[in-house]
Design a protein around this ligand. Structure first.
Ligand code: AMP
Length: 420
């Protein structure tokens, strides 16, 4: 497989798929430029080699061209961070884009307008009437899949090399994240540095496992984490199931959970998972006490109770001190750690203690030589909030992509480049 380090971009044009899907405020100021910074090593390597870059990205979920999701809003920051006056093409497959990319000289960069202004990027039909028949839906799908080929070919035609540095969309088989790779031979397509790092980190926790291996799965719903939990049961020694999921398990075991979040239709599933863990010799760790509140609010009255004795009118919003201790002991004895999801409603300052204590334990284990991967949705916000992002082994930028990789799925964006 070709690698970015081994490739000399001198005189070459590279189409680089990045994830510049950054948050913007109502005046289009970037509120967090992490994703742009994350792609800089790749872009700079190409420019420093004497190559030129055509940068493609999506922003938001537009249903067509709209000023709100225009990448022109981020152009000044991209130029500033890259240290190059980046050009802009206001239609990613328009004549201007073709002309500007053809005219690029070594060291120059061009940012294409939002790829998702075209339905062809995602390959999903748009604007279908709500009452469309199945035939109409199928015909629309077929049509967009057909025009997607032309769209993809056009994007590919701008460049000599394809570089994918957008791990955040690696689980999508979109035009610019996967299909485009078919237009380049094996020597002319590769991962960018960020993608390389992400793939390596996931592989480390999924294949090169130092034991004990502990996964900490938080979050609100069992239903959204079930595939990951099942896959992890074949891999981990300890599985801490925490956050809102706690109460579905507690109720399934016959506990009183008051008004705590619970998926009543998943009680059997929770029992099944516990049985599976037992059969596989996995130590499934659940909370024993909870910090409960008399309202879903930071300012609610609170107290600590056993997790299965929550009175009506109260709900568990974080773990209690006993549970913190139990989790910390397990985590500190681990050599591989995967952390996805908070132990409670960490957005409320009065319910961050449990998540913070997990963070501290992960940091300590990492200091003692464990490999710790943190990622998926809120976990990143969590480690940033606690200021420990640089004290764990790796913080993934991928939300859905990371979770699908952990579920054991092959990610189209990865497969398109390395073949599996
Ligand atoms: P997820 O998006 O599934 O990873 O879940 C993360 C969300 O779960 C966060 O927004 C937390 O506030 C929420 N959460 C964690 N614990 C609880 C809880 N005990 N009750 C309600 N929501 C929770």
């Amino acid at each position: 497989m070709q690698t970015i380090d081994n490739f000399n971009f001198a005189g070459k044009k590279a189409f680089v798929r990045v994830d510049f899907n950054v948050p913007l405020d109502e005046n289009f100021n970037i509120t967090d430029d992490t994703r742009i910074r994350a792609a800089l090593p790749t872009l700079k390597k190409i420019l420093n080699d004497g190559g030129s870059v055509i940068i493609g990205s999506h922003l938001g979920r537009p249903k067509g061209p709209t000023d709100k999701f225009s990448l022109k809003h981020i152009l000044p920051r991209v130029s500033e961070l890259l240290g190059v006056d980046v050009q802009f093409a206001d239609d990613c497959v328009g004549e201007q884009a073709a002309e500007k990319s053809a005219a690029l000289k070594p060291g120059e960069a061009l940012l294409l307008e939002n790829l998702r202004f075209y339905a062809e990027e995602e390959g999903k039909p748009r604007g279908l009437a709500e009452d469309a028949t199945e035939e109409e839906k199928a015909a629309a799908k077929k049509a967009v899949k057909e025009s997607q080929k032309e769209f993809t070919k056009k994007l590919a035609s701008y460049a000599d090399v394809y570089v994918n540095d957008a791990f955040g969309t690696a689980h999508r088989a979109h035009a610019s994240t996967a299909l485009i790779a078919d237009y380049f031979d094996a020597d002319h397509k590769m991962f960018g540095y960020l993608m390389e790092k992400e793939v390596k980190a996931v592989e480390k926790v999924m294949t090169d496992i130092q034991r004990p291996f502990t996964a900490i799965m938080g979050g609100s719903k069992v239903s959204s984490k079930i595939d990951i939990i099942e896959n992890l049961l074949d891999k981990v020694d300890n599985l801490i199931i925490t956050g809102g999921m706690t109460y579905t398990f507690t109720k399934a075991l016959g506990g009183k959970i008051g008004n705590s979040i619970c998926e009543d239709d998943k009680l059997d599933l929770a029992l099944e998972l516990m049985q599976k863990a037992k059969d596989k010799g996995v130590n499934l760790v659940l909370a024993v006490d909870a910090k409960i509140a008399d309202a879903f609010s930071n300012d609610a009255n609170t107290k600590f109770v056993p997790v299965n004795e929550i009175p009506d009118g109260w709900e568990g919003l974080d773990i209690g001190p006993e549970t913190e201790k139990i989790y910390a002991d397990v985590i500190k004895n681990s050599k591989t750690i995967l952390w996805n999801g908070p132990t409670g409603v960490f957005e409320f300052d009065n319910f961050t203690h449990g998540s913070r204590s997990v963070g501290d334990a992960v940091v300590e284990a990492t200091k003692n030589g464990a490999f710790s991967l943190v990622g998926g949705g809120d976990s990143v916000a969590c480690v940033n909030k606690f200021g420990i992002a640089d004290k764990v082994s790796y913080v993934s930028t991928g939300g859905g992509a990371l979770l699908e990789a952990i579920e054991g799925k092959v990610l189209p964006g990865i497969k398109a480049i390395r073949g599996y």
